[in-house]
Design a protein around this ligand. Structure first.
Ligand code: ASP
Length: 343
């Protein structure tokens, strides 16, 4: 029987970086050379794999929505030739890219697994081998029809993951959704948490996404209405509003609420998420949250900021009307949210 085949799309990140006088930076060809030298990557238990190295390789701090689209198109270009895909990516913005790919890859029926490492592949104690080898095994052996993020033993839904630790090997968490799997001595998939497969032969669709401007604004005590107004007037089509707790904001600051109202009236799509790591927003829970709803802010429920931001790029970039973008922002499209209501 033929071995399964996996395509590795190498976009950059610490995993393939080398030391430079300015600190770690990606080096073309370095990761492939290291992989050829390491016996773990020649093991017969691994699937056959090809590596597609992106140009330029990026520290993920430089990733833009155009790069998300470039990755989605790269998956689409070879979609029928492989059983699964591993996207090697820097950890800093991996959760944004994982979220964006979940929206961009419509009709996805094969695993797309993002991973990377905290320590470069050539360094002692690197987590690169475990993360990449396990991602390759999952992508080739388990027909998960989802964009996932694998890191430090945990398999997460991509649009639920968030980077929670800048120094530990377990850098990511999925605070509002169960893990899709875990890799200990055995790899265990939690199939009940995995999304259903689309019908066989469903083609992978990656739409044209036009340029749009999306931002995120964190409410903080003392934030002035003037600053909010200036930010919201900076040319955005969508803004993720990071509210307090269950979706509250300073409703006694009528000028600030007015600034939100004016922006919404002018057609800005404002989506509320919570600053808390766990849980989500219910804009009917408090007087200080219903004021936001009256101003025209819609609920992002328990979406991460990363998922909400990527979703706005996707909805607005594909040309949804303001009303439809607001409606869909609050609706579950890829398993990115669970509607919240406080009893
Ligand atoms: N700065 C790196 C990046 O995100 C960090 C990493 O990969 O861990 O590309």
């Amino acid at each position: 029987m033929d071995k399964p085949r996996v395509c590795i799309l190498y976009t950059g990140g610490t995993i393939g970086m080398r030391e430079t006088p300015d600190g770690y930076a990606p080096a073309p060809g370095y990761l492939s050379a290291q992989m050829q030298a390491l016996p773990e990557f020649q093991h017969p238990a691994l699937p056959d794999y090809d590596i597609q190295e992106f140009e330029p390789l990026l520290d993920s701090a430089n990733m833009t929505p155009q790069d998300w689209l470039k990755i989605a198109r790269a998956v689409q270009a070879v979609y029928t030739r492989y059983d699964g895909f591993v996207v090697l990516h820097g950890t800093d913005t991996m959760a944004y890219t994982a979220s964006a790919l979940a929206f961009l890859l419509e009709g996805l029926g094969k695993p797309v697994i993002l991973t990377g490492s905290q320590i470069p592949v050539g360094r002692v104690r690197s987590d690169a081998v475990d993360n990449l080898v396990t991602a390759l095994l999952i992508a080739s052996s388990y027909p998960i029809p989802e964009v996932c993020l694998y890191f430090g033993g945990k398999l997460m839904r991509g649009c639920r993951a968030t980077k929670v630790n800048a120094s530990d090997m377990e850098a990511f968490a999925s605070p509002n959704y169960p893990l899709l799997g875990e890799a200990g001595i055995r790899i265990r998939l939690h199939w009940a948490a995995v999304r259903p497969r689309p019908p066989l032969e469903t083609p992978l669709l990656v739409r044209e996404i036009s340029h749009c401007s999306v931002g995120a604004l964190r409410l903080t005590p003392g934030l002035s209405a003037r600053a909010v107004d200036a930010y919201l007037s900076a040319g955005f089509q969508g803004v993720v509003l990071e509210t307090y707790g269950g979706g509250t904001g300073p409703d006694r600051d009528t000028a600030l609420i007015q600034a939100l109202h004016d922006a919404a009236q002018a057609g800005l799509v404002l989506v509320a998420v919570t600053q808390c790591l766990v849980g989500g927003v219910d804009l009917s829970g408090y007087a200080s949250s219903s004021a936001l709803a009256r101003a025209g802010v819609v609920s992002g429920h328990d979406m991460t900021t990363e998922a909400a931001l990527a979703k706005l790029y996707y909805l607005l970039g594909r040309g949804e009307s303001v009303e439809e973008a607001r409606r869909l922002a609050s609706h579950n499209l890829r398993g990115e949210l669970t509607p919240m209501t406080i009893e």
